[in-house]
Design a protein around this ligand. Structure first.
Ligand code: TYM
Length: 327
């Protein structure tokens, strides 16, 4: 059975881009693959975090994943820091990665430019991400478009390690959706929607009040001409709304464009589709929030399962590297 692994950082509230670019595929993958999903709290530490907030966000994110439809009977769901094998393999992969290739990572450049403090962890972040993936003999990794370069690096590290030390890791494939892989900010549609960015009117949070969601979409920046066309280069605002609507309904954005003559009608249809996508998630989240102990129990079982899968892979890497086993 195909092994699928993916992760999400608890660095801020989950936004529509996370849902449409990645999380909804996690849910559908459950029916056909052996799925493992992880709240990657160690990745959040690459930038300073408030401890109480990090703790609360980590649990909330796990609850939200369950609310979206991650089913613990079908998937392994766990918190990254509960499985110490991730950090051990991360060191091994830091020693496999070249300084130059980490320096070329565009996310590192974006996040370190103009930052007051750049942690060494921000630089080595992609090695930890590769460890997350390679630790589970992963075949396929469902992610949004912004993770493409990190996935390429994970593949390169697996290939390089296998070449140097013998067959050890499965070489993973990225799985990036055709529609919704890059949801853009509603106010600045040339920039991707992001939970860490400070653009409250341009960002739809999965747990936003539903009236506010509809208002944000109706106030989205559109483009100067008035025709409805899917053309991200010249009509980024309208194309973003078409992609969002298409991702919610499963229709092709070009075909949707033909159904609308006016921006206003497109905005109304998009607002309704997003609201109806979020409504059941919010209802389930409210139920799950009332039972944090239930989520903690699911995460404990998930971590145990994850460790049992990770340990033999790490042992294989240690043996092939020539690390002396303990007596
Ligand atoms: P993160 O936490 O930033 O985002 C989680 C997922 O959401 C996708 N995404 C988007 N998709 C479409 N449009 C957007 N505007 C948008 N914003 C975010 C991301 O592509 C991602 O799939 N490095 C990863 C976390 C990670 C990981 C892993 C992922 C750590 N280890 C191993 C896969 C496998 C990240 O920062 O995602």
């Amino acid at each position: 059975m195909t092994r699928v692994f993916s992760g999400i950082k608890p660095t801020g509230p989950v936004q529509l881009g996370n849902l449409l670019g990645a999380l909804r595929y996690w849910v559908t993958d459950q029916a056909e693959a052996d799925t493992i999903f992880c709240v990657v709290d160690l990745h959040a530490l690459t930038v300073p975090q408030d401890p109480a907030e990090l703790r609360a966000r980590t649990l909330e994110l796990a609850q939200l994943l369950l609310a979206i439809g991650i089913d613990p009977a079908q998937s392994t769901l766990f918190i990254q820091s509960h499985v110490p094998e991730h950090t051990e393999l991360s060191w091994i992969l830091e020693c496999t990665a070249a300084f130059g290739e980490l320096r070329r990572m565009t996310q590192f450049k974006d996040k370190s430019d103009n930052a007051d403090f750049v942690s060494a962890g921000l630089f080595t972040y992609p090695a930890l991400m590769a460890a997350d993936i390679l630790l589970y003999d992963t075949d396929r990794v469902p992610v949004g478009d912004d993770q493409r370069q990190h996935l390429e690096l994970s593949r390169d590290l697996a290939i390089r390690f296998n070449h140097r030390y013998g067959d050890t890791f499965v070489v993973p494939e990225a799985s990036i959706p055709k529609i919704g892989a890059r949801v853009m900010d509603l106010q600045e549609p040339t920039r991707k929607m992001s939970k860490s960015e400070d653009s409250p009117q341009g960002t739809i949070l999965v747990l936003d009040d539903l009236d506010a969601v509809a208002k944000k979409i109706k106030r989205a920046v559109t483009d100067t001409e008035t025709d409805v066309r899917f053309d991200p280069a010249t009509k980024p605002g309208v194309s973003n709304l078409l992609s969002i609507l298409g991702a919610c309904t499963g229709d092709d954005p070009h075909a949707i464009a033909e159904r609308f003559d006016r921006y206003g009608d497109l905005k109304s249809a998009c607002a309704e589709a997003v609201v109806e996508t979020l409504r059941p998630i919010q209802q389930r989240f409210a139920e799950l929030s009332a039972d944090p102990a239930g989520t903690a129990a699911i995460l404990a079982t998930g971590a145990e399962k994850a460790r049992s899968l990770a340990r033999p892979v790490l042992e294989r890497a240690r043996a092939n590297l020539g690390l002396l086993p303990p007596a």
